[in-house]
Design a protein around this ligand. Structure first.
Ligand code: NDP
Ligand code: 8X3
Length: 252
């Protein structure tokens, strides 16, 4: 039987592309995000392929997340796949210049939001058993420090360790967990990070060939379709143009 996939942050970028790829592979979908119109448009687009439920949901609101999961229509309760994708970076300047509220927003979304959704869905994924998956969208920023990453990279380090720790506790349930960590990808991510400044967002990708949302969505669909006995613990995917830099040495 084909289970349902729930994708957070499906109104844009990786989440929307994952919805399209999973729909093409026959997954019934629950697509979540705060921007209702975008979700409705995506649901209308995908409706000829698969049943789709659009849920307006802020992942930071634990009570709303739990209520939405508890009140799912019967057709959508058989959840086999959770794609924890909703997330954002803010304030790309040095840590010492950043508003505390921006740090809180990243923690509330990338950490607390991901935990809220995971906690609400674990009973359903465990009920599904073998073949169920959680795909947490991490980042190369989780293990590679760089200027301006401060709380963003640290929040993705949480995602990686939480993914690994979940694997330990889910031993024997059949539920798989993957930290899927992309490098630079052209989505609305940089527009959000640069507070809507299109020039600054465009400069991030200028003269590069970054990953696309489809590149990442293909990995989501691949991981979700693996045989039930296989678990990819972590997959890091970067564009060829992205590699590591040297240590920064400050000289007097
Ligand atoms: P986008 O900005 O295009 O998409 C982000 C998605 O997250 C949107 O659908 C947005 O929906 C949703 N979202 C943000 N805050 C909330 C919230 N509080 N509640 C519910 N949904 C929320 O960026 P990407 O697709 O690039 O980002 C997706 C994930 O990938 C993020 O976790 C990001 O950190 C990660 N990532 C991105 C990389 C990149 O270079 N693009 C590389 C590595 C990882 P809405 O605003 O409608 O709520
Ligand atoms: C986003 C990728 O390289 O901007 O997670 O940190 S990067």
């Amino acid at each position: 039987m084909q289970g349902v996939a729930l994708i957070t942050g499906a109104s844009s970028g990786f989440g929307a592309a994952s919805a399209r790829h999973l729909a093409a592979h026959g997954w019934p979908l629950i697509i979540c995000g705060r921007r209702r119109e975008r979700l409705d448009a995506l649901a209308t687009e995908l409706a000829p392929l698969t049943p789709v439920l659009a849920l307006e949901l802020d992942v930071r609101d634990a009570a709303a997340v739990k209520r939405a999961i508890d009140e799912l229509p019967a057709q959508f309760v058989g959840i086999q796949l959770l794609v924890n994708n909703a997330g954002l970076a803010l304030a790309p300047g040095p840590a010492q210049t950043v508003a505390l509220s921006d740090w809180h927003t990243m923690i509330d979304t990338n950490i607390t939001g991901l935990v809220n959704v995971t906690h609400a869905l674990l009973p359903r994924l465990i009920a599904w058993g073998a073949g169920a998956s959680i795909i947490n969208i991490g980042s190369t920023a989780s293990g590679n420090p760089y200027p301006g990453s401060h709380v963003y990279g640290a929040s993705k380090a949480f995602v990686q360790q939480f993914s690994f720790n979940l694997r330990c506790d889910l031993q024997g349930t059949g539920v798989r967990v993957t930290d899927l960590s992309p490098g630079i990808a052209e989505t609305e991510f940089s527009l959000v990070r640069n507070a809507g400044n299109e020039g600054a967002a465009e400069a991030v990708y200028r003269n590069t060939t970054p990953l696309t949302a489809d590149d990442v969505a293909e990995q989501v669909a691949y991981i979700a379709a693996l045989p039930a006995h296989m678990n990819i613990n972590r997959m890091e995917v970067v564009p060829v143009c992205q590699a590591w830099g040297p240590y920064a040495i400050h000289r007097e």
